[in-house]
Design a protein around this ligand. Structure first.
Ligand code: AMP
Length: 286
């Protein structure tokens, strides 16, 4: 595995590979790799010739009171995991590589548009602008044919797909199913913040989403009734939880439903355990 810290070194390797006829697969991450990230690397390994994994904790997608400073980092472990699972090129850009004038000096941004209006976009103002902008920078730097994102961050993947389309990046955006712990809890770098008790209670999130899918399968079409059932399941199963949002939205537009469920929906939630914010979702066809 090669490892580089600058765009010019990365581009040299990527362009050489492309000239040799190789396709390029990109897995953008913020590091502290876990099995969720590794399933994206595996998908890229399966579908493309040169697998590029990037690690960059992007300051512009964190709010002022969020965990940018204390976001978990372990470069040595990440390096080993990335290599062991088939990364060819590990790109670990510096802050100035990604933001030449610093995050505060960035003047031109990618505005993520209406897909960012609800769900995490409503709770975390500016988050998806930071995400879309940094992913655009990575696309420009690494010129991938395919880029891999997790369904756990469904809204993020939808925004990136739309960005590629609207800005004309010749990148196919691929999504990979959420990897979970045995309890059902979605794997996340932030799970290390959870106490044992919180981690146990957090398994109720998946259970509540599955129950909602079951209710839809059984004929429930009222989004408010589904949301209420999820909230009450969380309240009873996880007394330590504080719900940020529970929302049933159109799976294409990510807008709240006007009336009853008629098309595919995304049932999504964000829940705090102490200072740790966890997200999860499920897509359901009525
Ligand atoms: P992050 O490092 O949290 O920014 O995540 C990098 C990529 O990994 C994003 O595309 C995430 O959606 C994806 N990802 C994170 N957790 C999981 C998971 N449990 N299963 C699948 N993909 C994930």
């Amino acid at each position: 595995m090669d490892e580089v810290t600058t765009g010019s070194e990365a581009r040299q390797i990527v362009r050489r590979a492309r000239c040799a006829g190789c396709s390029i697969g990109l897995v953008p991450t913020m590091g502290y790799l876990h099995e969720g990230h590794l399933s994206l690397v595996a998908a890229a390994r399966h579908e493309t010739d040169l697998v590029v994994t990037s690690i960059f904790v992007n300051p512009t997608q964190f709010g002022p009171n969020e965990d940018f400073e204390r976001y978990p980092r372990d470069m040595e472990r990440d390096r080993q995991l990335a290599a062991a699972t088939g990364t060819d090129l590990l790109v670990v850009p510096s802050g100035t590589e990604m933001y030449p004038d610093g995050p505060q000096g960035q003047r031109v941004w990618v505005e993520p548009g209406p897909l960012a209006k609800y769900l995490c976009g409503a709770s975390r103002p500016g988050h998806f602008r930071g995400v879309a902008t940094v992913v655009a920078k990575l696309f420009a730097m690494l010129e991938p044919d395919r880029a891999y994102f997790g369904e756990k961050d469904f809204q993020q993947a939808a925004i990136i797909r739309r960005m590629a389309r609207d800005l004309g990046f010749p990148v196919e955006v691929r999504t990979v199913p959420t990897v979970r712990e045995a309890s059902g809890l979605a794997r996340s770098s932030r799970n290390v913040y959870l106490s044992g008790e919180e981690r146990e209670q957090a398994s109720v999130l998946r259970a509540a989403l599955l129950e909602a899918a079951g209710n839809i399968a059984a004929g429930e079409r009222d989004p408010s009734a589904l949301e209420a059932a999820i909230r009450s399941r969380i309240a009873s199963g996880a007394p330590a939880a504080r719900v940020d949002y529970v929302s049933v939205v159109d799976a294409q537009t990510l807008q709240p439903l006007e009336g009853y469920i008629e098309r595919d929906v995304l049932v999504a939630l964000a829940v705090y355990f102490g200072g740790t914010r966890l997200i999860d979702n499920i897509t359901v066809s009525p």
